[in-house]
Design a protein around this ligand. Structure first.
Ligand SMILES: Nc1ncnc2c1ncn2[C@@H]1O[C@H](COP(=O)(O)OP(=O)(O)O)[C@@H](O)[C@H]1O
Ligand SMILES: [Mg+2]
Length: 203
């Protein structure tokens, strides 16, 4: 299964979620390859800090390299391929989304975020894609409980996941050390990411 983490907007948590999600799949003994299409190469560098050599982070430079990373002979060795895309502005990013089973779109529930999401949704709406779009609330204040604004904003073709990923320092600090929440004892954060994983892979 190929899951792309996508949004036209930067700073919504694509790299953060792609990283922890990858480690939640490794936790249940799945084989995972990461593809980093972010020009900032966030996950490539995070994995370099990690340094254990267990995870392969591919950095395809063009559409044909991407296609072979996604669907070549080597790609079949992996249970999951997680792709961190920069946006929807280039051929390579579009191809990643088009050739994925799912696109995970992180958003937080502020007015500007929801408007940014609607722009992304209207681009996607015009395309004929088999890709399923799953929206996840990310970086949400611990006390926020009412998500009516985002629920009303999500279009028919798109699915809002039940998992809410709260704003937690541990998501950031672990990344900086090349670690994930699964290297820590923070069960609350681990359960949040496990819940995201299970919603994605079980339906
Ligand atoms: N759930 C979260 N809790 C706390 N900080 C978060 C969370 N998700 C993302 N962040 C922080 O927000 C910033 C942007 O996240 P990042 O994953 O780099 O976004 P993107 O890849 O979409 O540009 C980073 O500083 C990251 O640590
Ligand atoms: Mg990023």
């Amino acid at each position: 299964m190929i899951i792309t983490v996508a949004h036209t907007k930067g700073g919504v948590g694509k790299s953060t979620l792609a990283w922890h999600l990858t480690h939640s799949l490794l936790e249940i003994d799945k084989s995972v390859k990461l593809i980093d299409l972010d020009f900032q190469q966030t996950l490539y560098f995070v994995n370099k800090i990690r340094g254990t050599g267990t995870l392969y982070v591919a950095q395809p430079k063009n559409v044909s390299e991407l296609m072979s990373e996604m669907h070549g002979i080597d790609a079949k060795k992996y249970d999951y391929i997680i792709i961190d895309v920069g946006g929807f502005d280039t051929d390579i990013n579009r191809t990643a989304i088009e050739l994925s089973n799912k696109a995970l779109v992180p958003i937080s529930e502020s007015v500007t975020e929801v408007l940014g999401y609607k722009t992304f949704e209207s681009i996607i709406d015009e395309l004929i894609l088999d890709t399923e779009f799953d929206i996840v609330l990310n970086n949400i204040h611990p006390l926020t409980k009412n998500f009516s604004v985002i629920k009303a904003a999500v279009g028919e073709k798109f699915k809002l996941l039940n998992t809410v990923v709260r704003s937690r320092k541990i998501y950031k600090t672990t990344l900086g050390e090349g670690a994930s929440v699964f290297d820590t004892k923070n069960e609350v954060a681990k359960n949040e990411i496990r819940s995201l994983r299970d919603e994605l892979i079980n339906q």
